[in-house]
Design a protein around this ligand. Structure first.
Ligand code: CP
Ligand code: NVA
Length: 315
């Protein structure tokens, strides 16, 4: 049984295949009904808020010929004490796959272990791999326009700067995924927000080197970058630390002055939702360098390719 809980659950060769498949699905959208999930029902379970992930997965399962079953975790017996293990066993009797957004990453692992269907990570406190893969696809579209077979190769050796909350799930995904795909990841955030022990241990388990760099100097990270990325300063679940984070992360706001230090051809990216005036200026969000809405759109195409890949692997 194949799952997609972290970036390294797909080999680099499979990632290249997913990129090519996503490009095909994007180009052919609306022309022919998809059948990769025909006769299948996939559960989409959310413990946290979502706009992009919720809608892109629901539409994606539908467009692949499957039935999306939306599950608000609060509405399940899980919220009244039924175990994750029993929930996974029961839902596996009805469904062909499961997409889950949750807090602890361990819940995804337990669900995958106890169930008998593929599980996809739609964001945990630890990683956001569907977003990372989409971000790399979106960047590669720019680096190798019209040549999806070259997307993975076009990313190798590129420098991306990640600013702000360098200990969050998105930053972890860049640390892990960057090492796997040969992308140079330069993180800049406040002292104390270095990538933590858990993501370093994951690199080790995957046999990947620590290729990322961490600095408290945003200018150093951004210099010569091909892409500058940021995420919210207060991730879901971190609201109690809001005041402290807003103060500490102020020097890492991506604004026109900072973006000017990157390559003139550099792109600005953000997984969204954005908070203009906090982690990024309104000017940068709306600038021609910003490709945030391509990222949002591509969630649909890349996730469809991931679901089709997992369904095919199951046979
Ligand atoms: N980027 C992202 O995952 O957005 P949502 O939280 O709206 O799903
Ligand atoms: N780091 C953010 C990402 C939102 C898509 C969060 O976890 O809230």
């Amino acid at each position: 049984m194949r799952h997609f809980l972290k970036e390294t659950d797909l080999s680099p060769a499979e990632t290249a295949q997913v990129f090519a498949a996503a490009a095909g699905l994007k180009a052919g959208r609306g022309r022919a009904a998809g059948s990769a999930l025909a006769q299948q029902s996939w559960g989409l379970m959310f413990f946290k808020k979502s706009t992009r992930t919720r809608v892109s997965f629901q539409v994606g399962v539908h467009e692949l010929g499957g039935l999306p079953v939306m599950l608000n975790a609060d509405d399940l017996q899980l919220s009244r004490g039924e175990t994750v293990a029993d929930t996974a066993r029961v839902l596996s009797r009805y469904l062909h796959g499961m997409v889950i957004r949750c807090h602890e990453h361990g819940l995804l692992e337990e669900f995958a272990r106890c169930g008998t269907m593929p599980v996809v990570n739609a964001l945990s406190d630890f990683l956001h791999p569907c977003q990372f893969l989409t971000d790399m696809f979106t960047l590669a579209e720019r680096f190798a326009p019209g040549r999806p077979d070259q997307y993975a190769a076009a990313l190798k050796g590129r420098k991306v700067a990640f600013l702000g909350d360098t200990a969050c799930n998105m930053a972890n995904s860049f640390v892990l995924g960057g090492a796997a795909l040969g992308v140079e990841v330069a993180l800049a955030g406040p002292a104390g927000y270095e990538p933590g022990a858990a993501i370093r241990a994951q690199l080790q388990r995957d046999g990947l080197p620590e290729t990322f760099s961490f600095s408290t100097d945003p200018a150093a990270a951004v210099r010569d970058a091909d892409m500058v990325y940021t995420d919210v300063w207060v991730s879901m679940g971190m609201e109690a630390e809001k005041a402290e984070r807003l103060k500490l992360m102020q020097p890492y706001q991506v604004n026109a002055r900072l973006l000017a230090l990157a390559k003139p051809s550099a792109y600005f990216m953000h997984c969204l939702p954005a908070h203009p005036g906090e982690e990024v200026s309104a000017e940068v969000l709306a600038s021609p360098q910003s490709i945030i809405f391509d990222q949002a759109e591509n969630r649909l195409h890349v996730q469809k390719a991931i679901l089709a890949h997992l369904a095919a692997a199951r046979g």
